[in-house]
Design a protein around this ligand. Structure first.
Ligand code: UDX
Ligand code: UDX
Length: 474
């Protein structure tokens, strides 16, 4: 296998962007071209104003600054960059199918297929193709068979024919900590059946990852491991969320329970924070995929087991709206509610599957006016997610619904009846409660779904507090 000099990545999204930025920074000897069919996205990656990049990640712009236009380039030139690449990462999106067989569960692989065809057509010489996107098991087989259709049979090959090697190298980064996760991964997983191709990819990671953290396996195990890692993580969130409801009914405290069980090294302390339910582009999609695969193989009991993880997640979001209604005397119609945090977690501008979407939609349905504040999410994205444009509060009519975006935390609470904390941004942990309560209507409520409010301070200022999984406060 020739040595890798030129790398191409198809898809400049939340996975492709940060991953290539870190590889470029760690491997100055490589020439990396990130390509995307979305021109606006590429223009944003090339923006000289680093505060206008398409995605927000702590530390991202600092690393990007080091390598953009040095050995890292963003462009829409898909064909040329495929042709000249020794290694091509596929990082395109694989959304859940909305129609046809498997709708609502299976992943739509049309972008993967399209990418494989482009690679088959324009690839030259020996090319290693790396699946980065999370994919249902056995997708590599699809990619392989498409690529094979573009190559000549062995006996007809001469010196300059094309050949492809497919690897699975799932990405485990979490949004909000992507740069750190990429720079210090728990493990790197490479699945494949060609030793040379595996070594070539391993060489790249060895520039900054120690060998004992690089696991190599067969293609199918690698693809499946990524799905299962996400399913297990999501399951932990649903497990702790289910117990948050029990704590509320029994005067226990979910933080104490998390701490006590997490100190058992067999359980571990990570991923035990109760909240409004998991969001993000992966957890739900991957579990739905797992369910689809299990049903496909007739393992229906296993499918229903994993279905519960999603059911609890939906239930948790619904339950929060119900509690808000109950506490606000059974109705929010005509009331103003301030939402702190619209992203699916802190430190990202990503709103995909954010619990805020469902909770806000339910509150709008009940006739409230929402004043939304988020440090990084763009109001135009919120309008897309909620399906309605923002309005001026003055034009809000009783019995209808409406929302507006606030540029500051302080302004967002003017004349509000309640604050609902939905994502765990640092900004919401250290609040001047006296300042806020003076601007709000009485009685003033805080609904803390992330357990980040300083209850003593908030109480002293006169707030009524409901805090998720906190029985003694209810
Ligand atoms: C996400 C998940 O993180 C990943 O694990 C999952 O498998 C797919 O969805 P992400 O990077 O977050 O990946 O997706 P997104 O931000 O939507 O980026 C995908 C990019 O691929 C988009 O910019 C899109 O324009 C681009 N794309 C898609 C292409 O360039 N070519 C295509 O044919 C299709
Ligand atoms: C996840 C996986 O962690 C990552 O390995 C994979 O590559 C992609 O999917 P991501 O979705 O970006 O990453 O973020 P993550 O930190 O896992 O959080 C997912 C959701 O679970 C968020 O909504 C978060 O708020 C929630 N969560 C997480 C909790 O409610 N409690 C926790 O203890 C942890």
């Amino acid at each position: 296998m020739k040595s890798i000099k030129k790398v191409c990545c198809i898809g400049a999204g939340y996975v492709g962007g940060p991953t290539m930025i870190v590889i470029a920074a760690k491997c100055p000897q490589l020439d990396i071209n990130v390509v995307d069919i979305n021109e606006e996205r590429i223009a944003a990656w090339n923006n000289s104003d680093l505060d206008k990049l398409p995605i927000y990640e702590p530390g991202l712009k600092e690393v990007l600054k080091k390598c953009r236009n040095r050995n890292l380039f963003f462009s829409n030139r898909v064909k040329e960059n495929i042709s000249s690449a020794d290694m091509i990462f596929i990082s395109v999106n694989t959304p859940t199918k909305t129609k046809g067989i498997g709708a609502g569960q299976a992943s739509d692989l049309k972008w993967i297929e399209a990418s494989a065809r482009e690679i088959g057509k324009y690839g030259k010489g020996e090319t290693i193709v790396v699946e980065k996107s999370t994919l249902p098991v056995k997708t590599a087989e699809t990619i392989k068979s498409i690529l094979l259709s573009f190559t000549k049979p062995k006996e007809l090959k001469n010196g300059d024919d094309k050949s492809f090697y497919v690897l699975s190298n799932p990405e485990f980064l979490a949004e909000g900590s992507a740069i750190d996760d990429l720079e210090n991964p728990d493990r790197v997983l490479i699945g494949g059946d060609n030793k040379g191709a595996i070594s070539a990819l391993k060489e790249i990671y060895l520039n900054w990852v120690s060998e004992d953290k690089i696991i190599t396996t067969d293609l199918w195990s690698s693809e499946l491991s990524k799905l299962i890692a996400n399913a297990f993580l999501a399951q932990r969130v649903s497990s702790i969320n289910s117990i948050s409801a029990l704590c509320e009914s029994t005067n226990a405290n979910i933080n104490e329970v998390s701490r006590a069980i997490g100190m058992d090294t067999r359980i571990g302390k990570e991923f035990l924070k109760a909240g409004p339910g998991f969001g993000g582009s992966c957890f739900k999609k991957d579990i739905l995929n797992l369910i689809y695969i299990c049903n496909h193989y007739g393992i229906n009991e296993v499918a229903s087991y994993w279905e519960k993880v999603i059911e609890i997640n939906n239930w948790q979001q619904k339950r929060i709206t119900k509690i808000i209604l109950e506490k606000l005397y059974g109705t929010v119609s005509g009331k103003k509610i301030t939402i702190f945090g619209f992203s699916f977690k802190a430190n990202t501008n990503d709103t995909r599957e954010s619990p805020a979407i469902k909770i806000c939609k339910d509150l709008l349905e009940e006739g409230s006016f929402l004043s939304i504040f988020d440090p990084k999410v763009n109001p135009s994205q919120i309008a897309i997610d909620l399906g309605i444009q923002q309005i001026n509060e003055k034009n809000f009519k009783n019995n209808e619904s409406g929302w507006s975006f606030s540029e500051s935390l302080e302004d967002s609470v003017n004349n509000s009846d309640a604050i609902v904390i939905l994502s765990d941004w640092d900004e919401f942990c250290d609040i001047n409660y006296d300042n806020l309560i003076n601007k709000m209507r009485k009685p003033s409520w805080i609904f803390d779904t992330r357990n980040i409010v300083n209850k003593n301070d908030a109480n002293k200022s006169g707030f009524n507090i409901w805090s998720l999984g906190n029985g003694s406060l209810i």
